[in-house]
Design a protein around this ligand. Sequence first.
Ligand code: GLN
Length: 555
Amino acid sequence: MTKFVFVTGGVVSSLGKGIASASLAAILESRGLKVTLIKLDPYLNVDPGTMSPFQHGEVFVTDDGAETDLDLGHYERFISTRMKRANNFTAGQIYKTVLEKERRGDYLGKTVQVIPHVTNEIQDFVRRGAANVDVAIVEIGGTVGDIESLPFLEAVRQLSLRSGANNSAFVHLTYVPYIAAAGELKTKPTQHTVEKMRAIGIQPDALLCRADRAVPDEERDKISLFTNVAPAGVISMWDVDTIYKVPRMLHEQGLDELICMKLQLLTKPADLRRWDHLVNEVTHPKHEVTIAMCGKYTELSDSYKSLNEALRHAGIHNHARVKIEYVDAESLEEGKADALAQYDAILVPGGFGKRGVEGKILAAQYAREHKIPYLGICLGMQVATIEVARHLAGLENANSTEFDASTPHPVIALIDEWQDSDGTIQKRDANSDLGGTMRLGAQSSDVAPGTLAWQIYGPVVTERHRHRYEANEHYLDRLRNAGLVISAITQREKLTEIVELPQDVHPWFVGVQFHPEFKSTPWDGHPLFTSYVKAALDHKTARRAPAGEGRKETA
Ligand code: GLN
């Protein structure tokens, strides 16, 4: 029978609830338990697919094609269980299901209400996501006290009651601010947030006290006394330079022991050696490379969470610190592409919409002409294709129909018919719904022998997708003749998956239609990113080579 740990948050958001949940899961996994994580999001969007990355950070895509909260990315990077559609759901999905049932007549004769219909539906969703594991860690988005969170908290309280004593535990993440003027850490917000929990019938078993420093015993005792949480359950979670230190931090303070005691789980002791090793690699790099990321959502690195992590993992596998510098694609359009000369590699990540696209095309052109390693992901592959079409194949004003509907050369375009993995045929045109109509999830392609892609992936590549537009097959021969190598094609629809330049023309120039970043983990890294960061290191070394490279030092 599955046991539950419910993780809630208080006082403010952005305290790292996702990392805390994933860390607890990782420690429990190291004790030999089969663990999964489930994220409940109390907002009304059916999935985060239609939300701006500005507002909500990255949309993480699972193998089975669900567009999910970015916390699922942390989960997959921290534990070995793979996430599925059932591991993340929103209030929108719950209400949609309840309303569909109501229309079908499933509740005939009844008044449909938040309690019990919505709360029961939430419990059913949680149980479905928690099947076949020893422990399911259920993270509830938002903060306690939000109107939206209430049905979720009520549902997990009921679920805890229904699953019986010693089958569930509550962990509450709270904030302990340091007030400089008083020179003190303040416990009052924590007292209040636990009070709110207790008012709705939930007594936390553990408090994770986020602060910019360790919370001393005196304050921990005070928190314990006012919140009715045993002193051993008041755990300090201070700021760290790498998230990989969090599992060890929580373990040292006995969080996993406390949870296993509460859930009556007899296991072997935790073994966090691989985390220690990881932290050591991250904090002692031998080299450093700087990568220019040319994007639009330049302000918020959360929009590219998995990508940043994948680059860091690749750094770990090359014993290098990877510095990522955001370059606003729009600024490149004003004749500032030379600013890219200083970087060891250039990356154009995924993106939607016209703004900044010409700058991204310039970035691809600059990388190609100056032989700087280039990785284009999804949109980044599309702009590299447009660039080659315009400047090598002589297809003037070539474009994607996403950005120019009347381009004379739609080298990137919508394909009008698409078969989903379950066999259903989807029709698509420019007026299709924006939610849930993309090519999503894992698909496999065959890789052409003799290419860079083959060196990296071998004969088959299976990666996850999230996009609408595709390389237009009617232009492939012209692009090939102009020097672009189409190095991978999907097995089923024969769609272009990887493009590259021959290695005698350019040392490392690759565009991929998929999102490889979703499958990178700190343990295995990812072959594509590892190869790219290695190319960046090589480029840096070559640039620094004294023998007449003619590189002018800038002042
Ligand atoms: N906007 C492009 C498309 O929809 C690329 C999407 C992406 O980069 N994820 O095809």
